[in-house]
Ligand binder design. Sequence first.
Ligand code: MG
Length: 278
Amino acid sequence: MQVTKGLQRWISASKSAVGMKILRYLPLLLLFALLTAADKPFVSENDHLTMAVLYHQQAPEYAALCYQTYNLATARMQQTVRKKGSAERLAVVMDLDETVLDNSPYEAKCITDNIRYPAQWKEWCMLAKAEAIPGAVEFILQAQKLGVQVIYISNRKEEFREATKNNLQSLGIPVAKDEDLLLRIKENEKESRRKEIAARYEVILLIGDNLNDFSDIFETARGEDRKNRIHDQKKSFGEKYIILPNAIYGDWEQALYTEPKMTPEQQRAARYRGLKRF
Ligand SMILES: [Mg+2]
């Protein structure tokens, strides 16, 4: 209102014909500005995640894929135990996020609140409310029934240990010993933790949603090289390596961002560059 009055005073002082026209149409101009602002769609920096999160949360095909994966894992585990005659010293190594725990509500919040990891990741973990990835709980219970040790390797921070244990307990799959839950110490790499487990057990299956959950040969590779290494290892998938789909995030996405610390706009351009089109 102050602005309008000021403008009115300036116009009457200047007695400008153009000014009088502006004043006459001012209410209309203001209304137009208000309407176009209200009509403008909300666009989050993380809008590109929407379809991937919806696929995880809404597509029965995603749940079917997870069941299929865990059915295969169960069959492989039963086969191995049968072949060896006992489950003594046998272990399966599992990742947690997007392998056992479904963090898609956190990703959904990143879209709606326009925030990026790690913002509010701590809050989400501390809630200990992640639901289970379809098939994960049944698989873990089956392993326990057979006497196969389940060990988790996760890059969640040590400060989330209690919350993570509470979350797993609420899903009916409590962690009996702290040594069965290996969290991130300093680095993201998982090979040293895998070696630690291999000293105690014979690892019959590795289950995860990221290639880094299986072998260090993927951890060090970048770009095309990372893709090519899959072909060399193709016989291991469905055998020792069991992979779950994760279309929301992962090192596959990071591989698209060729420079460190790219802005959201640069990342968007990099995603477009990654598209294969005709
Ligand atoms: Mg994961």
